[in-house]
Design a protein around this ligand. Structure first.
Ligand code: A3P
Length: 272
C-alpha cells in the first residue's frame, strides 16, 4: 500500500489512526458538512470532525504526513477514514499533493448550482463579518459594478467549477472522483448517499429511515439509533434576495463554464 502510516500506535480499544481512504474536497458551501454527517451514519466510516487544511495551508503541509495522520480519528481496521476540507477543491497545489500521498485515493466532490453557491458563499462571508462586529456590503453592490457583473469577486470565481476540475483530472481519473449532487442532497438525501456507499464499496447500510424532513429547519435531519439531530444553525441559512437583473447576469455568465464542466465530467446537472 502506498499509504505511509508511521508510528501507528494502537489505542487501547484496538483502534488506529489511518490516513484518509477518501477525502471530501469541496466545494465550499456545497453541502460538505451534510455529506460528512450523513456518511458517518455508516458503521464502517470514521470521520475527522474538523477541517484539517493540511494540503492547502503551507504551515500545515510543512508538518508532514505524520502530523496529518495524527489529526485522524481512531478507527477500527475495517473502517474507512474520511476527511473533509472544502477549500481543497479550489486550491491549485492540492491535487498533486494528495496524489503524492495516495494516487488511487477515492475523492468525493459535492457541487451545487453555481449561482446558489455564490449566494451561499456571500452569506457565509456576511455572517463571518457580523460575528466580528464588522459590516459587509449588500450583495448587489458587490456583484454588480457599473451595471456589469463583478467577475473578480472571489465567490464567483469559486463557482467556475471546470477551471478547478481540469486541474484535478490531471492527477486523478474521473472514475476515482465521485460527484455528489448537492441540490439533490438537500431535496432528497437518501439516493445520493446510496450512490456514495456504492462508490466507496460500503455495504448498503444507511436507509431511508435515517432521514426525516424537519419542517422548522426546512431541511432533512438525521435519525441515528433513535437519536435525532439537525445540522448546526449555520447550515441552511436564508440567502439574500437578488434583483432579476443580477440573476440574469449570473445566468449568462455561468452558461458556458457550466457547459464546459458538463463536458469535462460527462454528465449534466440541473443548473441552467
Ligand atoms: P446554505 O446555508 O447556504 O443553505 P457546507 O457544509 O459545505 O458549508 O454547505 C452548507 C450547505 O449545506 C448549506 O448552505 C445547505 O444548503 C446545505 N445542506 C445540504 N443538506 C443540508 C441539511 N440536511 N441541513 C442543512 N444544510 C444542508
Amino acid at each position: 500500500s502506498p499509504i505511509y502510516e508511521p508510528n501507528n500506535i494502537p489505542h487501547p480499544n484496538g483502534t488506529y489512526q489511518h490516513l484518509p481512504h477518501t477525502i471530501i474536497i469541496g466545494v465550499r458551501k456545497g453541502g460538505t458538512r451534510a455529506l460528512l454527517e450523513m456518511l458517518s451514519l455508516h458503521s464502517d466510516i470514521a470521520v475527522a470532525e474538523s477541517e484539517i487544511h493540511f494540503f492547502d495551508w503551507e504551515n500545515q503541509y510543512e508538518k508532514g504526513l505524520p502530523w496529518y495522520l495524527n489529526q485522524m480519528p481512531f478507527a477500527y481496521s475495517h473502517q474507512l477514514t474520511v476527511e473533509k476540507t472544502p477549500a481543497y477543491f479550489t486550491s491549485f497545489q492540492v491535487p498533486e499533493r494528495i496524489y503524492n500521498m495516495n494516487s488511487t485515493i477515492k475523492i468525493l466532490l459535492i457541487l451545487r448550482d453555481p449561482i446558489e453557491r455564490v449566494l451561499s458563499d456571500y452569506t457565509q462571508i456576511y455572517y463571518n463579518h457580523l460575528q466580528k462586529n464588522k459590516t459587509y456590503p449588500p450583495v448587489d453592490s458587490l456583484l454588480l459594478q457599473n451595471g456589469k457583473l463583478n467577475t473578480d469577486y472571489k465567490a464567483i470565481n469559486r463557482s467556475l467549477y471546470y477551471t478547478y476540475m481540469e486541474n484535478w483530472l490531471r492527477y486523478f481519473p474521473l472514475q476515482n472522483i465521485h460527484i455528489v449532487d448537492g441540490d439533490y442532497l438537500i431535496k432528497d438525501p437518501f439516493p445520493e448517499i446510496q450512490k456514495v456507499e456504492r462508490f466507496l464499496s460500503l455495504s448498503p447500510q444507511i436507509n431511508a429511515s435515517n432521514f426525516y424532513f424537519n419542517k422548522t429547519k426546512g431541511f432533512y435531519c438525521l435519525r441515528d439509533s433513535g437519536r435525532e439531530r439537525c445540522l448546526h444553525e449555520s447550515k441552511g441559512r436564508a440567502h439574500p434576495h437578488i434583483s432579476s437583473f443580477l440573476l440574469e447576469k449570473l445566468h449568462d455568465y455561468f452558461y458556458e463554464p457550466n457547459k464546459k464542466f458538463f463536458e469535462l465530467v460527462g454528465r449534466t446537472f440541473d443548473w441552467l
